[in-house]
Design a protein around this ligand. Sequence first.
Ligand SMILES: *Cc1c(COP(=O)(O)O)cnc(C)c1O
Length: 378
Amino acid sequence: MAQRSSKLTQSVHAGSAGDSLYKGTVNPIFPASAYDYEGIGETHYPRYFNTPNQVAAAMKIAALENAEDGLMFSSGLAAIMTSLFAFLKQGDHAVLQHDLYGGTFNAVTVEFPRYGIDYTLVDGSNPEAFEQAIRPNTKVIYIETPSNPTLTITDIKAVAAIAKKHNLISIIDNTFASPVNQNPIDLGIDVVTHSGTKYIGGHSDICCGAAVSSNENIKQIWNSAFHFGGSLDAQTCWLVERSLKTIVLRVRQQNENALNLAQWLSAHKKIGKVYYPGLPDHPGHAIAKAQMPGGFGGMLSFEVLDDPHAFMSRLTLIKRALSLGGVESTICSPVKTSHSKMSAEERAKINVTDNLVRLSVGIEEVGDLIQDLEQALE
Ligand SMILES: *Cc1c(COP(=O)(O)O)cnc(C)c1O
């Protein structure tokens, strides 16, 4: 059981096995893919998800999420799809929120039918919709909050209670919030997944994923994981461990910057709607305030009234980029990236207009970010 203490302390110390040979302050990299099998409780092997650096990174994330155990994966999608397939089989049914990360949406809608798994997509902002979609063969409820790109909020506690009542496994994608701002296990969720490529890596230079849960659930996910084989190498696991030592500092700064920018953008005459759960007029603000005690996150989106592409090309500090969660601020057009395959009508339903841009706020001085936005809007 991961020890409960302050997140700052956990981020630095949890999970590390230490250096017993030279007494160095950091956990060494153990690159071996071959280990002795005699006199050892369990055989170590990278695809068994149990080599020293894999365990160190997984246990640090588990500690930050108040989970008992965890597994590191080679990508966020490997963590998500392995977790889903671990609890689903042919003939089963899953209830998922409609507002999902594009890669997850595509994976579920393409792969589930191929394996005879049925699913229903529901409005994430309405907990009752999840309960109404439950069938006798439902096994899993899957949510993602705040969602991409308009930061809609799903009531985690309400959905987790529905899952418990009907004996279902609840799984959440906690990528946007990060373990600093939101800990779904405390709210009754069974399995927390992350794209570690975003805030956990935090420097736009790692691709990885994680799943954390109870010992029992992690055992079940492991039973599928070592078949599907989406394990992560020792070097990257070590980089994850290193990155996590500053996640609390990074995300706190990103929270503060994003709230400042959301307020500044809301007051700007060349900006239309601003979507940020930290703004009092956001429809999910009250729920976000209750379930995100660490802060409202570093992601926001807004409508640029003039040509959004000309605006983005005039930015000098803020870089145009697809991914998110790095220490540097990045911006993108959802219509041209994550939501390009959706029809204009479908996009209109979820407020993804041609003028919408999504900003991943970094840790820069907020005044410099405002200056860059200001000159690009003029
Ligand atoms: C990026 C992302 C994923 C997928 O993660 P990969 O590491 O790219 O596989 C899943 N969910 C969310 C919310 C993401 O932002």
